[in-house]
Design a protein around this ligand. Structure first.
Ligand code: SF4
Length: 448
């Protein structure tokens, strides 16, 4: 292969895959390769695939086939990531034009293949980061030891591996110096952080949060995603409430609201405990915003069990809740389970869930009308009358998964402004930018 100079990288799947791609991009650019938006101009085309569920595999395969079909002489096509970790040989056999196949966590090998001297590059192979506007994802761990019967992640990514605290602290500082205003902590299960380093169950994350809070400084938000229900401990809740820069937001994927289904999923199934920690979270942080996600149509789910899920979601009133239809996944415990639910039933149940949740989310969002919130500006533009408008997120919205806040007024992307909330829909908030008048403690609108 001639020395490659330009690369085109396609990333499919979840934010964690984006973080992995950012890691690869850092390695390649450290080796002086230049990214190009047009695959036709690249010497090397790399696809970071997703193998989470059937739809994502199909999407990854479609992208690979398209790139393979358009490949020109001299180009090298590399396919890596979760899907090839599972089905590498098959993918290669089925798609002529693929030159190399890698699994997950083999970014150094990909870079070496492209003649990058990886040993000469400053790298953070374990923590990995991705900067997205004023926010940066900080992956604190990878892999998972949980036995969830619907999930293929442990098979793809392997067991839990926590990034060392010192490395994460250094990385947090570097990101803040580079302009990040928010660090979003991710991992398959962030609350398991440290267990593989010998820390007692659930005890690592509160300590890590303290270190990162100090390293990031008071002006940087820290946001916690993907908490595991049985690891939302009083210590974690107390730490979140105490640290001023940890936003009052928690994403806890709960997967179901029926104990029988949770048992079959091999998930924590004591719903009393779940109600209790939600109550504790709300007592410690009355303004906390809760996000969760559920699965409709898990094998054997009866109508009565699904109604338990609806009742549970009504009782808790999550601010944001997503619902996926169950996707049958090879190499998981649920794959061979009896009572696979027909697709139409799954879709109908999901639609019913979403209809109920939209009303709940709208009610929860309406609580913010009349309040003034800090907003991190992500973009600016004009409304239909040509007046300036900005869009961004407050502590209530995580990047990419939740809604946005739209406010009349002027501000620059990356700036932190205060927004008086005037209206709300089920996903978004609407208002106007206000600024503190120095020394008077009053606010004035900077635009009509
Ligand atoms: S905790 Fe999350 S990543 Fe781990 S097995 Fe369960 S669903 Fe999969």
């Amino acid at each position: 292969m001639a020395v490659p100079r330009r690369y085109h990288l396609v990333t499919l799947g979840c934010p964690k895959n984006d973080v992995d791609s950012a890691h690869l991009a850092r390695l390649l650019e450290g080796g002086e390769l230049v990214p190009v938006a047009d695959p036709g101009e690249a010497d090397a085309i790399i696809v970071n695939t997703c193998g989470f569920i059937e739809q994502s595999q199909a999407q990854s395969m479609a992208a690979v086939r398209e790139l393979a079909a358009a490949k020109r002489e001299g180009q090298v096509l590399i396919v890596a990531g979760c899907m090839t970790q599972l089905y590498g040989r098959q993918v290669r056999e089925e798609t002529p034009g693929i030159d190399h196949v890698f699994g997950v966590g083999q970014w150094h090998e990909v870079a070496r293949l492209l003649q990058v001297d990886v040993d000469a590059i400053y790298d953070i192979p374990e923590s990995n980061v991705r900067v997205e506007g004023p926010s940066a994802y900080l992956k604190i761990s990878d892999g998972c030891d949980a036995p969830c019967t619907f999930c293929v992640i442990p098979k793809i990514k392997g067991g839990l591996r926590s990034a060392p605290a010192g490395l994460l602290v250094r990385e947090a500082r570097r990101l803040v110096e580079a302009g990040a205003k928010e660090l979003v902590l991710v991992g398959q299960d962030t609350t398991a952080w440290g267990e593989d380093l010998g820390m007692p169950v659930g005890s690592g994350l509160p300590g890590l949060l303290r270190m990162l809070s100090e390293a990031a400084g008071p002006e940087t938000w820290l946001r916690l995603m993907y908490a595991y229900p049985s690891r939302v401990t009083p210590e974690l809740i107390g730490t979140m409430a105490e640290l001023p820069n940890v936003v009052h937001y928690l994403d806890v994927p709960l997967q179901h609201g029926s104990e029988a289904v949770l048992r079959r999923m091999k998930r924590p199934h004591n719903l009393e405990r779940v109600y209790r920690f939600i109550e504790e979270l709300r007592r410690a942080m009355p303004d906390i915003v809760l996000r969760t996600s559920f699965i409709a149509g898990f094998p054997g789910e009866t109508e009565a069990e699904f109604e338990e899920l609806l009742a549970f979601a009504r009782a808790v009133e999550f601010d944001h809740a997503g619902c996926f239809t169950y996707s049958r996944q090879q190499w998981t415990g649920a794959y061979e389970m009896e009572g696979q639910v027909p697709d139409e039933v799954k879709a109908e149940r999901r639609a019913r869930f979403m209809e109920q949740q939209q009303a709940i989310s709208a009610r929860r969002a309406a609580r913010f009308i009349g309040r003034t919130l800090e907003m991190l500006v992500e973009g600016e533009g004009e409304d239909e009358d040509g007046l300036p408008v900005v869009a961004g997120r407050t502590y209530r919205e995580a990047p990419e998964v939740d809604g946005l806040v739209f406010a009349r007024g002027r501000a620059r992307p990356g700036e932190r402004v205060r927004v008086a909330i005037e209206d709300a829909s089920e996903y978004d908030l609407f208002g106007r930018v206000v600024r503190e008048r120095p020394g008077r403690g009053r606010v004035r609108a900077i635009s009509p």
